[in-house]
Design a protein around this ligand. Structure first.
Ligand code: CO
Length: 458
């Protein structure tokens, strides 16, 4: 039978029959991509559950925005009735490109393949485009990868963290997002998290006249109309941050664990000075001092300060992080799991970091879906070198669309213990929160300019 006819055929009920046969023959005979022998009689779900090979019958990308942030979820359906998996593929800034990648390329590529061969499928998907490592294709691939782990967990009757080696901790400590324009306001914001049981809090600083990251800003430029509200001056920010942390430490004392995110906004030499200036305030970590393009600066930073460094939410290609991990130049890896290849890639990266005493701190903002947060949590639970998890507080609408969304209690993220990722997508509910193109996504999102109009990094 030629390949085309084979793929067509296994889309239907005949798939199950060949699957059961392959199950008895085992992996060695059932090499991926090699059609199984056809067999006419069909088997029921009970007869194939948990053992026999399956086939992927359909891969879809579902877009939804219950918290007004555009999310992309991949759903992988299988030949076993009722058995499917879901994964986060959210690249919110270019969401429809991921949808296209899933529907036009991964769906036809994956139909008919055995979803149990996660690593083999990962490698096959990764190489199938020849050019690779971009955020669009990697997010699409990651959504499939997490869905395949979800399917494997459901078949095994185990949460995914069990498949990854089991729990290293009961739950995952998280940090909240605080900020303020002066130390008193910032300390109150931090205290509100401590009162809710958080032990780690990130604190961002607003600077008068500046569009700052993660805190209220009131940016103004003398050249209104061109880039109103988008002005950022690195020097003013560089001075404001140590002043803020000095004041916050006076109010809250030395114990509370504080974090700060530079968001790659400074010139590299300014970031080195900032890290040195912050040393007396004992940060849990200072995040993204440099842009991924400037990773060569980490060697210079490390030589000058013991401020712990976190890096990586923008990383996409392993060559961006291999040297700084192996060189022991950072303390926390911050990758966005769906930007690097999903659970399969994150698990390898966590293990690599383990050898160099780099801890994990996976990216967990609102534009990681609840499905992505569940994936984060399963990797966190099973990684000895877990450091901290960034958490988003999900509203009731999100919980309605994503039954089983992980919960924050006692300052920790708790995963649902159901088999697989422990989370589902209610597609009817998702339809009530459609992606809105009116207004369209802000094409100037992240656009910052110096007072003279020079564009800066976000
Ligand atoms: Co960040």
């Amino acid at each position: 039978m030629d390949r085309r006819r084979f793929l067509h055929r296994i889309g239907g009920g005949a798939a199950l029959a060949s699957l059961a046969m392959m199950g008895r023959r085992g992996w060695a005979d059932a090499a991926p991509g090699v059609p199984p022998p056809a067999q006419e009689e069909e088997l029921g779900a009970e007869e194939t559950r948990g053992s026999g090979p399956l086939r992927i019958t359909k891969v879809r990308c579902i877009l939804t925005a219950p918290q007004r942030i555009r999310l992309a979820i991949v759903r992988v359906e299988t030949s076993e009735p009722g058995l499917y998996g879901i994964g986060c593929a959210t690249f919110t800034q270019r969401i429809r490109t991921v949808e296209t990648a899933v529907h036009e390329y991964l769906d036809p590529f994956l139909r008919g393949k055995d979803p149990s061969h996660i690593e083999d499928l990962w490698q096959a998907m990764f190489q199938s485009s020849y050019w690779r490592n971009g955020p669009v294709l990697t997010n699409a691939l990651s959504g499939v990868d997490a869905a395949l782990w979800d399917i494997k967990g459901k078949r095994a009757g185990m949460p995914v963290y069990e498949l990854l080696g089991g729990k290293c901790r009961v739950a995952c400590p998280v940090y909240g997002h605080a900020g303020g324009s002066d130390p008193k306001e910032a300390a109150e914001s931090i205290q509100s998290f401590l009162d809710r049981g958080y032990r780690y809090v990130r604190c961002q600083v607003s600077v008068p006249g500046q569009a700052v990251y993660g805190a209220r800003g009131d940016a103004k430029s003398p050249y209104e109309g061109h880039f109103a509200g988008r002005t950022f001056s690195p020097a003013a920010y560089q001075l404001a941050v140590p002043r803020m942390f000095a004041g916050v430490r006076e109010i809250l004392g030395p114990e509370v664990e504080l974090l700060h995110d530079v968001h790659e906004r400074l010139h590299p030499i300014q970031a080195i000075q900032l890290a040195k200036d912050l040393e007396p305030y004992r940060l849990f970590f200072l995040e993204d001092p440099f842009a991924p393009e400037d990773v060569g600066y980490f060697r210079h930073l490390r030589a000058q300060t013991s401020t712990p460094i976190a890096m990586g939410e923008l990383f996409n290609n392993p060559n961006e992080f291999l040297d700084i991990i192996a060189g022991r130049l950072i303390d926390f890896i911050r990758c966005h799991i769906s930007q690097i290849g999903g659970i399969s890639a994150a698990r390898k990266l966590a293990h690599l970091c383990d050898f160099f005493r780099v801890r994990t701190a996976w990216h967990g903002p609102g534009d990681t879906s609840p499905v992505g947060h569940a994936a984060n949590c399963h990797v966190d639970l099973s990684s000895w070198n877990f450091g901290i998890q960034e958490a988003t507080v999900f509203n009731d609408d999100s919980r309605e669309v994503f039954p089983g969304t992980p919960e924050i209690r006692d300052g920790m993220l708790w995963v649902n213990e159901a088999p697989g990722l422990g989370i589902d997508l209610d597609e009817k509910a998702a339809l009530r929160y459609p992606i809105r193109d009116d207004p369209p996504f802000d094409m100037h999102w992240g656009e910052l300019r110096d007072v003279d109009g020079t564009i800066r990094r976000p």
